[in-house]
Ligand binder design. Structure first.
Ligand code: EPU
Length: 336
């Protein structure tokens, strides 16, 4: 266990606001977890690629940093990849591709740690973690026990899971189990991958995803951001049809018989937010759903920009945008 006191928040959030964290506790084994007795529920953090600190944080911040992984062959085709929560996600994807395992190549280049992946059920280019996850190992602060939660019990949804709901604040993810396979299973229906042929190699899918992402999304190392800032809103079929009367080009993707998912990026672009700057923060010029910090941004300016966007979208479309990113106040979560 390593405890760091009064550290700069900058390396702990890819949005890189200048805040201070009172205490960061790094844990790397079950023994560490057993020895750690938090007075109140700590804030759990991975690599900070989906978390923005709006104030100096007084609550303890906990990170599980173990990175071991192992793959067990199930039969001629399937393999079970067990990986500790502290492993970097993209490095894991690269490792699976280098070792000829299909399954998570469409999730290449998503920033962050493996342990964060189930929390918001990361997804991109037609695949989400839920499609490959077998189980999540969860350590409960109160009982000091590890519970293996099968995927069926993780309540995975669109950028949602039990870890954001019933289990929020109750413990920490320490490992994830993924089902991978040797036989090719390219998922190529998403825009950008749809020009690849069915006999495409694993490496080509992986490299294409990286190229598509690099063309659209800013690299957090170069321009501070936390990926998509808002979730794509899901509205009723009736509301979608009435919006179509006024905005005939509005895109929508069927979620089920009653609901349609509308790309928030489209709503933002239509309202002039693409490339919009607001005193050091703004909407990325190639993808307005990604809010960025140009270096001089402050939490207040970000909150102003969020209010501007959500008010405009609500006034124009009667749609309520919800943040996908976790915004933290001094003692904990403001919005999840
Ligand atoms: N669009 C515009 N203008 C733009 C960009 C997009 O109008 O400048 C519209 C288009 O209609 C486009 C649609 O938005 O077809 C969807 O855009 P895109 O494919 O870029 O995806 P997204 O819905 O904005 C989601 C995820 C991303 C993920 C991509 C690819 C959410 C909140 N975001 O973005 O995930 O990489 O799909 O699968 O669901 C993240 O979660 O941080 C993230 C980056």
């Amino acid at each position: 266990m390593r405890i760091l006191s009064h550290v700069s928040a900058k390396p702990y959030s890819t949005f890189r606001f200048q805040q201070t964290l009172a205490e960061v506790i790094e844990l790397s084994s079950i023994a560490d977890l057993n020895a750690y007795n938090p007075v109140s529920a700590p804030i759990v953090l991975g690599e900070g690629s989906n978390t923005i600190f709006l104030q100096d944080i007084t609550a303890p911040i906990c990170r599980y940093i173990a990175t071991e992984k192992s793959i067990t062959t199930i039969d001629d085709n399937y393999g079970l990849l067990h990986v500790a929560a502290g492993h970097n996600w993209h490095e894991l994807v690269t490792w699976t591709v280098d070792n000829s395992w299909w399954g998570i190549e469409n999730l290449a280049l998503i920033p962050g740690a493996v342990g964060a992946a189930p929390v918001q059920n990361i997804g991109a280019y037609g695949v989400e973690l839920a499609d490959r996850c077998l189980y999540v190992d969860f350590y409960h602060w109160q009982t000091k026990q590890v519970q293996r939660i099968t995927a069926a019990r993780c309540s995975f949804g669109y950028r949602d899971s039990i870890f954001k709901q019933d289990l929020a604040g109750k413990g920490i993810i320490i490992a994830v189990g993924l089902l991978l396979q040797k036989a090719a299973m390219p998922i190529l229906n998403y825009n950008g991958l749809d020009n690849l042929t069915k006999n495409v190699s694993l490496k080509t899918v992986y490299e294409t995803v990286i190229n598509v992402r690099n063309a659209k999304l800013p690299t957090p190392d170069k321009l501070a951001n936390c990926g998509s800032f808002f979730k794509n809103p899901i509205i009723s079929h009736e509301q979608f049809v009435s919006l179509q009367q006024v905005f005939p080009t509005i895109p929508g993707y069927k979620v089920n018989q009653h609901s349609i998912k509308v790309p928030a990026a489209w709503l933002l672009e239509q309202q002039g937010f693409k490339g919009y700057c607001h005193d050091g923060v703004g909407c990325y010029e190639k993808q307005p759903l990604v809010l960025v910090n140009y270096g001089s941004g402050t939490p207040n300016k970000l909150l102003e920009l969020i209010a501007m966007i959500t008010d405009t979208v609500h006034r124009t479309y009667a749609i309520t945008l919800e943040p996908e990113v976790r915004l933290l106040s001094a003692s904990g979560i403001i919005k999840a």
